[in-house]
Design a protein around this ligand. Sequence first.
Ligand code: FAD
Length: 620
Amino acid sequence: MVLSSSIASGSNTTEKRENTMESQKQVRKAAFIGSLLCAIAALASTNAVAAPKDGTYSEKVMGLIAPFTVSVTLHDGKIEKVEVPDALESPGVGAEAIGILSERIVKNQSAAVDGVSGATMTSFAMLQGARKALKAAGADESFFKKATEQSALPDEMKSNVVIVGGGGAGLAAAVSALQNGATVTIVEKLGYLGGSTNVCGGALNASGTKYQAKLGIEDNPQKHFEQTMKGGHNTNNPELVHYLADHATEALGWLESMGLVVNPKVGAATGALYQRSHYPDPAGGHTYIATLEKALQKYGDRVRICLETKALNLIEENGRVVGVEAQNHGKKVKVFADKGVIIATGGFGANIEFRQKVNTGIWKEAKLDKEIGCSNISAAAQGDGLIMAEKVNADLIGLADIQVHPNGTPGTGLMLDIKTSGRNRLFINKAGDRFVDEGAPRDVLSKAVFAQPGQTYWLLQNHLRYPDENKIDLLSGRKMKDMLAQGRVQKAETLEEAAKMMGVDYARLKAAVEEYNQVASHKVETDRFGFKANHTDDRPMTEGPWYFARKVPTIHHTMGGIKINTNAEVIDKAGHVIPGLYAAGEVTGGIHGENRLGGNAVADCMVFGRTAGRSAAKAD
Ligand SMILES: Cc1cc2nc3c(=O)[nH]c(=O)nc-3n(C[C@H](O)[C@H](O)[C@H](O)COP(=O)(O)OP(=O)(O)OC[C@H]3O[C@@H](n4cnc5c(N)ncnc54)[C@H](O)[C@@H]3O)c2cc1C
């Protein structure tokens, strides 16, 4: 795998960072050792200044998810290593940024290096910690000199297939194109692979699987199709939905053939409408990314990954898309594809201006302005691919179909801590009442939350979901112990104590839980909200400890986008295929209609990403 990213210019060194290696980390390590030697040599040749005091200096900083410690070790007056022993930042995103920045700081012997794009808050915290630690060591201003990354990419590159966006759909497309004999270039604007797929819950809807059969869950692609259409208010493209439902189980098996481990406990993501959400082990979307990255390694220099490289425009020749113009650390480059370009740039949920412009659909009464957060990686979910595609006359459909999810964290909209997915979780308003069927589709759930006082609610769970605080939970991929330590989730031994802590009326809360328990224990079939105990995990919630956190609606997914067919070919405004252009994942439209079922997006990325890679590789 060839990984091309950048070179450092903080010292006098310029070094090409391009290696054929096994993984991103290994690539970074080798580049890092070489440049470290150059940086140290360069520093040694400058006039000596008062050296900082040797030792390890540690500073606590506030990360995106939780506080962490930045430890800087100095030896012989040089930064020897930077470590973070206790980070709980997201795997593949904040955790990846910490690794990248540790290396950049040592390589440049400076705490004034560029942050990692796509991990702004973690980068800020990390660099702040390193600066404080160096100051405590008595480091002079040379350790705070700006070191800017520079491009190592050639002016022009070529491969059979170019993939714009290295998230879930893009990496699935890459592996598939490679398996079908193509050479591949991935153009990714962030400093790491995986995009928003890295932070997703990892639910992948597939029907009729061996995992469902073991739990006695009856399912088939027709049922998956019908529920997806119903969830989307029948505005989806039935042909694409059939293709999704018919190929999701095969896509899961494809991932397993690359080493993905599937957790046998099949769940139901928020608004999944059925128990067909399959989770990877370890939990979370990053596991798919790690699996696909590992699969890419097999292909050596047949695949090139250009990180921190933002695609700007598609290149057209005689009515065919033949490449991409992109920018890497200020340098414009061209990447040509003789078989096809695949757009896999994700959604536009974090582009406030764009989402407000197109918000004429189910949320037209809501403002969707900056007051409402977004669950995605903000730098990724800007809709770049839509804008590029439209310039070559691609048809953009269903843009008003924006998904609002009820599991946002107040303040950011990120989906942290306890989840609305799975079962045995109650939505409780400020008065202490339930107000919605917790198993309803996401548009129903979010609309119900918007109607509550303060447009917020308490998500209430108990020991059924977290039987052991020290064990990693299947859905959140986190331990309750860590979530409690961060303070956003609270705990009470009794329901009465929980009511007090939540500031709600105990009698009403008790009545709400009892009403739910009537259904959960199958004493009645349904309650006044329409909740049904139709999941193998449903149990009455009677005992503490109780766990609860405040939640708000958040922008989550954009269902509209580039029109494609079942070959993942892009369709233009006149209904014709645009030669050389393919698209997959959240950037496309038509699959989910007005409301996506939880767990169908990862399935979409894997099914259509795989198809796009194969179609492009096999193109004439
Ligand atoms: C918190 C959260 C939880 C979720 N949980 C689930 C779940 O459990 N199940 C489910 O089915 N769905 C879930 N989803 C939705 C699902 O994860 C996404 O829809 C899906 O992962 C999108 O994948 P993608 O490959 O299309 O986009 P991404 O994974 O976002 O990848 C797009 C990539 O393109 C890059 N890019 C963008 N523009 C450019 C450009 N101009 N040049 C180069 N690169 C560019 C981005 O940086 C990014 O890396 C969740 C989403 C979030 C945010």
